[in-house]
Design a protein around this ligand. Structure first.
Ligand SMILES: NC(=O)c1ccc[n+]([C@@H]2O[C@H](COP(=O)([O-])OP(=O)(O)OC[C@H]3O[C@@H](n4cnc5c(N)ncnc54)[C@H](OP(=O)(O)O)[C@@H]3O)[C@@H](O)[C@H]2O)c1
Length: 297
């Protein structure tokens, strides 16, 4: 039987409904969750990602404002802007769109954000809290992966999860979420990377396989155990002359082949992708509730 398709679009719509209700209850108490987004320069991909974040903010009722600094703005100018936003009560969340121009150190920028307003969950304090099992917020894409699993009836509890990729953005925080001694987590987690010998020996042992490598269709059908649940985080552009744009998006898994082997799988696009921005809204609402002491539940 072909795999069940796990639609991130549908799950994300369900979560947005919940958030809309929570935001409405916060508004009834006189507070609107606010998200400040800062970009340096006009990188087209960043402009497009930020538009998506503005649109989703509007959908759930979060007040968002985008601040754009010129490409040649200094690190000091960016830090000054962050400092002003840290002190501005109308914003409960702050994000700085990455990548930044080369002359700016992203670490210094991330560390300048008030950890309470760090809705991307990149600040070392928040990363540390996550690792010791006392998270404040969860990083957006790994949290999206977890929500897809939980809301589709594939709890990682007691399962062997194999994650391909150990980036600070995806693999490592997903490991930190799933390894916790906590209901809905409690997984046995293996993390693989480019120095893992014989990757397939590991992937074939996964009950839940997460591909976050950034390599188009790297996970082939022979690398997956029959009945496994596959989550594809990858978003890769491959040439496609049949498309007007000349390219299309594919994941890190050979979706068409895996559909015949897996129990369930996320598509690309329409899988993990739509979850990421939704989880950013989740964090903005939690940050607002934490900073105001109000509850939208
Ligand atoms: N859906 C979303 O919302 C979303 C969000 C963020 C990213 N993404 C996508 O997710 C993918 C990964 O992003 P990222 O930022 O985590 O990438 P990254 O920083 O480049 O990290 C890739 C990881 O995969 C590992 N890797 C690469 N090739 C491998 C191979 N052949 N075998 C085993 N491991 C391999 C690398 O190992 P080493 O550490 O040894 O180099 C590294 O740990 C990209 O396609 C990106 O576009 C999607």
């Amino acid at each position: 039987m072909p795999a069940k398709i796990l639609s991130g679009r549908e799950i994300s719509a369900e979560i947005k409904d919940e958030l809309r209700a929570r935001v409405a209850r916060l508004k009834d108490q006189g507070v609107t969750p606010g998200l400040a987004m800062v970009r340096v320069g006009e990188d087209p991909a960043s402009v497009s990602y930020m538009r998506q974040k503005e649109k989703t903010s509007a959908e759930v009722g979060v007040f968002s404002q985008t601040f754009v600094l010129p490409e040649q703005a200094s690190q000091g100018e960016l830090l000054q802007k962050i400092d002003a936003l840290n002190r501005d009560d109308s914003f409960h969340g702050i994000l700085v769109q990455l990548p930044l121009p080369r002359h700016i150190d992203p670490r210094a920028v991330i560390e300048a954000i008030d950890p309470l307003k760090d809705v991307d969950c990149f600040h070392p304090i928040n990363v540390g809290k996550l690792l010791i099992g006392e998270p404040y917020l969860l990083p957006c894409t790994p949290h999206g992966v977890w929500q897809i699993l939980l809301r589709s009836g594939y709890s990682p509890e007691g399962k062997h999860v194999v994650i391909c990729g150990r980036s600070n953005l995806n693999g490592k925080p997903l490991f930190a979420i799933l390894i916790q001694k906590k209901s809905g987590a409690n997984a046995t987690v293996t993390v693989c990377h480019t120095r893992t010998p014989n990757l397939a020996d590991f992937t074939r042992r996964a009950d839940i396989l997460v591909a976050a490598m950034g390599v188009p269709r790297a996970i082939t059908a022979d690398m997956v155990r029959e009945g496994a649940v596959v989550i594809d985080v990858g978003v890769n552009r491959v040439e496609d002359p049949s498309k007007k744009s000349g390219f299309r998006l594919v994941g890190d898994t050979d979706f068409d082949a895996l559909v015949e082997v897996a129990e369930a799988i996320t598509p690309v696009p329409g899988g993990v992708g739509p979850m990421t921005v939704t989880m950013l809204m989740w964090n903005t609402v939690v940050a607002c509730e934490t900073q105001t002491g109000l509850s939208g539940n």
